[in-house]
Design a protein around this ligand. Structure first.
Ligand code: SF4
Length: 338
């Protein structure tokens, strides 16, 4: 089913036979057309009307990393604001799209370029879907497809809950983009009410990730001011309820920052929080954006060993696209116009 703000799109088919809408959805999500003129199954007059009232061209500049595994797109929205979307191409043929959910962000995490921009507005459902379509079209040209979508770009997805879930439903819809629910992940700073609690009630098998980044409230509040409203214990209680309801694993992201959260003591405190069934930790090396530095790999290795020795499940994400400033908000911040 199409989401609320696409009712306007469906209305364009009111006078058409039922199958026209299906043909248009197939052209858009399956054939990945870039302009309605390419949808030759539709009558010319309808294609012209669609191009006028529901244009599907996406305006973007792309930046490709030296190893060509990371491609970042700076998309221009209809009100001229800009957002970032990143494609990460993995060795095992997975193609992950990191999408934005807001223009800017109100939460001002100290390590994040987006936070420095302040909040501009929430993205509409279609603006979220378009980010995925942009890279789906890009990948089609080289015979590949989008395999995973993560809400880890600009903004806090749970502060735009309805539109994020609306976009996921379109992208998951069999008549739409048809990507399996298990291939979506939402990453949150830990918004409990209207966020983790709501997601537990959805009948969607998507993945939940919590941006933790610190093992105690004192440090976490310094890095992420939202921790004062949602301290670690409150988040973990909500996660435990979520796990009880969904029986799904939850990922805790821990970005390792040199001399900030990377000591042995930090690792040991983290073990005490994370030693629970269906919890797992994803260690991320930090993409430097100014005041902080990334930890040396020997320190990250030691940190990981401490967690593993005590039975915590750990994965490690390697840095993507450092040379094109692939951490969220870095390009828009540099672009400087918005
Ligand atoms: S890390 Fe995420 S939640 Fe924090 S300021 Fe950046 S975009 Fe917002």
């Amino acid at each position: 089913m199409f989401s609320m703000d696409l009712i306007q799109f469906q209305r364009l088919f009111n006078k058409e036979p039922r199958y026209r809408l299906e043909q248009a959805k197939k052209a858009l999500f399956h054939d990945l057309i870039q302009n309605w003129q390419e949808a030759v199954v539709l009558p010319l007059s309808l294609r012209e009307e669609l191009n006028k009232k529901w244009p599907i061209e996406i305006s973007a500049k792309t930046f490709v990393s030296k190893d060509r595994n990371t491609i970042k797109a700076l998309l221009t929205l209809k009100d001229d604001l800009k957002i970032e979307t990143v494609l990460m191409r993995h060795k095992d043929k997975r193609n992950t799209i990191c999408v934005s959910s807001q223009v800017g962000c109100s939460l001002n995490c100290s390590f994040c370029a987006t936070g420095k921009m302040g909040f501009k507005r929430n993205l509409e459902v279609w603006e979220i879907v378009e980010q995925v379509l942009f890279f789906a079209r890009y990948l089609k040209k080289i015979g590949e497809r989008v395999t995973n979508i993560v809400f880890m770009g600009m903004g806090e997805p749970f502060l735009n809950y309805q539109n994020v879930i609306g976009a996921i439903k379109i992208l998951n819809d069999k008549e739409g983009f048809n990507l399996g629910a298990r291939h979506f992940s939402i990453s949150t700073v830990g918004i409990v009410d209207g966020g983790i609690e709501e997601l537990a009630k959805e009948e969607l098998q998507i993945n939940l990730a919590i941006s933790l980044h610190a093992p105690n409230d004192e440090l976490r509040s310094k890095l992420m001011p939202i921790n004062k409203k949602y301290p670690i214990k409150k988040i973990l209680n909500a996660v435990d309820d979520y796990i009880k309801k969904t029986r799904r694993r939850v990922m805790f992201e821990y970005m390792i920052i040199k001399n900030v959260n990377d000591s042995e003591e930090h690792a040991k405190t983290l073990v005490r929080l994370m030693k629970k069934p269906l919890y797992f930790v994803n260690l991320i090396s930090y993409n430097p954006t100014g005041i902080f530095k990334s930890s040396p790999s020997s320190r990250i290795k030691k940190f990981k060993e401490i967690l593993e020795k005590d039975g915590v499940t750990v994965t490690q994400r390697y840095r993507f696209g450092e040379d094109i400033e692939a951490a969220c908000g870095q390009l828009v911040a540099k672009d400087g116009r918005k």
